[in-house]
Design a protein around this ligand. Structure first.
Ligand code: NIG
Length: 410
């Protein structure tokens, strides 16, 4: 099966891969993020789900289906590398309370926040969770996301976390894109933190490891959630078998960033409250930064200093953080629009952070670029200039999604 897309403005995202430079899968750092490797008028040939040729003019095989892009932008599908889209229930009542000025502490005291979603998830069956997920996944595919990471973290008990992870895998099996589950075993706690964190290390982690041997594990380091000490104890144990990621500095800078760098954590996500010293340290390390501007937009107007991190040579990715409490959106174009307005990224940097670098966070080297051999997860925008992705607010800028070489219905 071949598909030829003709006459497109192609964002290859391959620009920094010059001869002698490292291989695909290496995240873009610093200035490299601004290089989109544009072919102003080009063709892309897809054969059997993979990109087979890219260039200003590509010969069409006799059997190829041909699409004329008419100058529109063709680029890699979005990779949303940080979401919590496996949830049940809703938090609309809580949001209304917030709008009326009810303090966050009061909302938590009356059973709101993450614990409200924990209750709803525990009440749901695996089948129901998978059905909710399917609806969200279909919406996110329509908006151009072809690979998505989905965290557990609303179970807080081994069986409930497993139920979430199984629902994520089940929904993924029925979705044309790619799903990467993450075991967020340190999201919140019940009872006393030290005791709960000990239980996670001794019981929950081995139970999850048995069924999901190489799954990435994650924790939320924040006042009222997991402390630096609890995260470090958990990560030291988990690192023997699992890649690590951490939520840090969302509201408070607690000192998790230096520990994450020391532990060779794959990414530190959030960074809204990070000090400049910690951002510099992170930028010079192998650990990637992930910014989540939809959260600041929905909650407290605080944003990570993404531009500062990139200028310091950091490897930055961008994600929606889609969740029912702090980021009720699955739209990567919206995340791009916010990152450019509030985090100091250029449109090109935000696009690289949402594609090739987000793929690197998830350990993929076969997507996020348009070059021969890559998986053909591509989108054709409505626009002929990619800056429109950041400029336009609301609506869906994606005309056509191609997933593993297959045209998705509109
Ligand atoms: O990233 N930080 C932790 N988790 C989410 C919130 C999840 C929720 O409120 O349900 C966040 O903002």
């Amino acid at each position: 099966m071949s598909l030829l897309i003709r006459n497109a403005r192609v964002l290859t995202l391959t620009a920094p891969l010059k001869p002698g430079q490292p291989v695909p899968g290496r995240p873009r750092r610093g200035k490299e993020l601004g290089e989109l490797g544009v072919i102003p008028q080009g063709d892309v040939l897809i054969v059997d789900g993979k990109i087979s040729a890219v260039g200003p003019k590509v010969e069409s095989p006799p059997d190829a289906e041909v699409i004329d892009a008419q100058g529109r932008v063709l680029m890699p599908g979005f990779v949303d590398c940080h979401t919590h889209i496996c949830w049940a229930g809703d938090r609309l009542g809580e949001w209304e309370q917030k709008l009326k000025g009810v303090p966050h502490a009061e909302i938590l005291r009356t059973g709101g926040g993450i614990q409200a979603t924990v209750r709803a998830v525990r009440d749901a069956t695996k089948k129901q969770l998978a059905a909710h997920l399917k609806t969200r996944l279909d919406a996110l595919l329509r908006d151009g996301t072809t690979t998505v990471e989905i965290k557990s973290g609303y179970g807080l008990q081994a069986e409930e976390e497993l139920k979430m992870l199984r629902a994520i895998v089940r929904a993924g099996n029925e979705w044309p894109g790619t799903i990467i589950p993450t075991a967020l075993l340190g999201h919140a706690f019940e009872g006393e933190l030290d005791e709960y964190a000990r239980m996670v290390v001794k019981e929950m982690l081995p139970t999850v490891s048995r069924e999901f041997p190489a799954i990435t594990v994650d924790a939320y380091c924040e006042q009222g959630a997991w402390s630096v000490e609890a995260c470090v104890r958990f990560f030291e144990k988990a690192s023997k078998h699992h890649p690590l990621r951490v939520h840090a500095d969302q509201f408070t800078s607690l000192g998790m960033v230096p520990e994450a760098v020391r532990l060779n954590v794959r990414s530190v996500d959030h960074l809204e409250a990070s000090t400049k010293a910690d951002l510099l340290l992170l930028a010079q390390s192998r650990t990637m930064g992930v910014i989540l501007p939809c959260t600041g937009f929905h909650t407290d107007g605080r944003y990570a200093r993404g531009g500062f991190f990139v200028d310091a040579g950091g490897a930055l990715a961008l994600a929606t953080n889609c969740n029912p409490g702090t980021a009720p959106t699955h739209s990567m174009p919206f995340a791009i629009a916010l990152a450019v307005r509030f985090c100091g990224l250029s449109p090109a940097e935000a696009i690289a952070a949402a594609t090739v670098n987000a793929a690197a966070v998830l350990g993929f080297s076969d997507r996020g670029m348009i070059e021969p051999g890559q998986r053909a997860d591509l989108i054709i925008l409505r626009h002929k200039d990619e800056r429109q992705l950041a400029y336009e607010l609301g609506g869906n800028p994606v005309d056509q999604v191609i997933c593993s070489g297959v045209l998705m219905p509109g």
